[in-house]
Design a protein around this ligand. Structure first.
Ligand code: ADP
Ligand code: MG
Length: 622
């Protein structure tokens, strides 16, 4: 048999390796910026065109490269950062594999200009598909500039696989923010299609966070510091009341490298225990310093996971450091054994205003009337009260949360059922007029129960309302028929650059639902009109939720974008489970639900209602 094994030519090997290092334009930004940091730069400028698909340029003022190094740097496994395997355990640089430039040069047109400080002239090299196309002397300032053009020009499949410009830009912003957060002592700027997205001067950690996430961030930060044998922690956590609807602002850095760690994230969340509202995520910017020997540094270049020697200890230290900070800055109750836990107010109650208790008198009460005569007067409802009395207590749990204002109740009955205050309404003893027509009631402030000819219908109030609003919203967006309510005073809301990018994209669709933006700046928006269906106080939270929904993946085409927008707004605006609805509101929901195109399913494809027919009931009693 003839020999068939041969070495792959370098450019093929490089292209294969590139697949791992360069997944998208953002990977190139990360690699180039990390090289600039490793070169000891004080100022790094990133310029992007068309989300990096046309151009990514990183200019630094670092130590530059000699002519020989400039040629060498594009070779695979060419690095100045390690010489021997032992160096891996005392690594102080971001890169060490010597793969990035070789990989990038294999799949793009790269132009390098570089000059060490003491040299008179610099070197200019053009590389296309791993081949040096041109080399020259050039006049340039100290430092290095790398331009990467036409990424994936020779791998059409990869190029087609890229997402929309909006998505790719967001990935770039993410990478940029991560390195910028880790290195506040370096000035950074980012330009996209000629406009400036970030201009970050040299500063400290706190100021860098504020410069990236907007002016108001500063007052939301609580410092965290801890020094132990195994880890040094510094950084900030966001005050619990500013917790976000999305995980957007959660950052761990280990030895100045951004990492993701669900385990450490858990430690942070555990420290916030009891301080966060449901489904909100604390912001954090935490910098951990550990001995390079104690982590597995030989991680994949594009991965952000990391392995620690002593994860459990790290968890405990992190959690207690944050707890301590939250306590010290008076955002969490400190441990106090004399404190009476009964005096703590649950979240729900905090925003409620005190209600003046009302004294109700049953003016029809006649002590001389026979007991059964009185029950008779209340008509059909007397059935339930008598029934309950006869059957004893076990039945009563079934009735908790029912609207019971029409039911006259003997005292004993009353005490056994726990009512929430709103339910004990003024007309507890007065049968309301519409008793007879009433065809719906609310169960557990969550379901609307209605009778059908053939049985009963149980509707999930939140899902039903979501369906109604969703269809309405879709209609408004497509035919632009939404009405808007003018605000008396314009509403000014702060957002970070990243969030503004998303809002800009959604602005047109949002305006079709009734929002009117008078101004969209780089860190805030001004709103002068909102949809009639929402109140001013809900706007911020709705938009936050909307951004969170779009954060993970912006749909590429207009149709699914509209759909996601309608879903997100509808979900945010719909009545929640736990909201008490009066009879008119209940009927309104039922009627509008059945006027919908698809009443049976919520926009996220969950059942909106269930029915129970008389037949089915009959079977249960057999
Ligand atoms: P690594 O960073 O893993 O060493 P790279 O392929 O990213 O590998 O870079 C190869 C080498 O090129 C680096 O080790 C460094 O010596 C040199 N280099 C790359 N970018 C720069 C830069 N911006 N300034 C100075 N030297 C650079
Ligand atoms: Mg590198």
């Amino acid at each position: 048999m003839t020999d068939i094994i041969q070495l792959l030519p370098d450019h093929v090997a490089n292209q294969i390796a590139a697949g791992e290092v360069v997944q998208r334009p953002a990977s190139v930004v990360k690699e180039l910026v990390e090289n600039a940091i490793d070169a000891g730069s004080g100022n790094i400028q990133v310029v992007i065109k068309d989300a990096g698909k046309t151009l990514i340029q990183v200019v630094d003022d670092g130590k530059g490269m000699s002519l020989t190094d400039a040629r060498m740097c594009f070779e695979r496994h060419a690095t100045s950062k390690i010489k021997a395997a032992e160096d891996l355990f005392s690594l102080q640089t971001k890169g060490f594999r010597g793969e990035a430039l070789a990989s990038i040069a294999a799949i793009a047109h790269v132009e390098l200009k570089t000059k060490p400080e003491d040299d008179e002239v610099g070197t200019q090299i053009k590389v296309e598909g791993s081949k040096v196309a041109n080399q020259d002397v050039c006049v340039c300032p100290k430092g290095t500039s790398v331009s990467v053009k036409n990424l994936f020009y020779n791998i059409p499949a990869r190029r087609n696989f890229l997402k929309s410009d909006a998505v790719e830009t967001r990935h770039i912003i993410d990478e940029f923010q991560r390195v910028a957060l880790a290195h506040p002592q370096i000035a950074f700027s980012l330009f996209h299609n000629g406009s400036e997205l970030f201009q970050l001067p040299e500063t400290n950690h706190r100021q860098r966070i504020t410069n990236i996430f907007g002016g108001k961030t500063n007052e939301k930060l609580v410092p965290v510091t801890e020094e132990t044998e195994i880890v040094e922690i510094s950084g900030f956590v966001g005050k619990p009341e500013f917790a976000k609807k999305s995980r957007g602002e959660q950052f761990f850095f280990v030895n100045n490298r951004f990492i993701k760690s669900p385990y450490l994230n858990h430690a942070v969340v555990a420290a916030f225990e009891g301080l966060l509202k449901d489904k909100s995520y604390p912001s954090y910017f935490l910098f951990l310093k550990v001995d390079p020997k104690s982590i597995d540094i030989n991680i994949h270049p594009t991965k952000t996971e990391i392995k620690f020697d002593d994860e459990h200890a790290l968890y405990a230290i992190l959690r207690s450091a944050i707890k301590h900070s939250l306590g010290q800055f008076n955002v969490a109750p400190v441990l106090d054994f004399d404190r009476d836990a009964n005096l703590d107010t649950p979240y729900d109650y905090k925003n409620r205003s005190a209600e003046v208790p009302q004294v109700e008198v049953d003016r029809n009460f006649n002590p001389f009337q026979e007991e059964n005569a009185r029950t008779h007067k209340t008509g059909s409802n007397s059935f339930s009260s008598n029934f309950k009395k006869e059957r004893g207590e076990s039945w009563e749990s079934l009735y908790a949360g029912l609207q019971t204002e029409d039911v006259p109740k003997p005292d004993s009955d009353f005490r056994e059922i726990e009512f929430e205050s709103e339910e004990v309404t003024g007309n507890l003893f007065q049968p309301s007029q519409d008793t007879e027509e009433k065809s719906t009631f609310q169960l557990h402030k969550k379901y609307i129960v209605s009778t059908l000819k053939s049985g009963i219908l149980v509707i999930d109030q939140h899902r039903a309302h979501t369906r109604i609003l969703y269809e309405e919203m879709l209609k408004n967006i497509t035919v632009s028929a939404a009405v808007s309510q003018q605000l008396l005073f314009p509403l000014n809301l702060q957002f970070n650059t990243h969030e503004i990018e998303i809002l800009k994209q959604l602005k047109d669709s949002l305006e079709q639902t009734g929002f009117v933006f008078s101004e969209v700046k780089s860190d805030s928006v001004e709103i002068v009109g909102i949809p009639t269906l929402i109140s001013e106080s809900e706007v911020e939270i709705l938009l936050e939720q909307l951004i969170a929904d779009f954060e993970n993946d912006v749909p590429d085409n207009g149709f699914s974008q509209t759909d996601l927008l309608a879903k997100s707004l509808a979900k945010g605006m719909a009545v929640k489970s736990g909201t008490l609805l009066n009879n008119t509101e209940q009927q309104h929901i039922v009627n509008r639900l059945f006027a919908c195109k698809e009443p049976g399913l919520s926009p996220s494809n969950r059942s909106v209602f269930v029915t129970l027919t008389v037949d089915e009931l009959d079977k249960k009693f057999m």
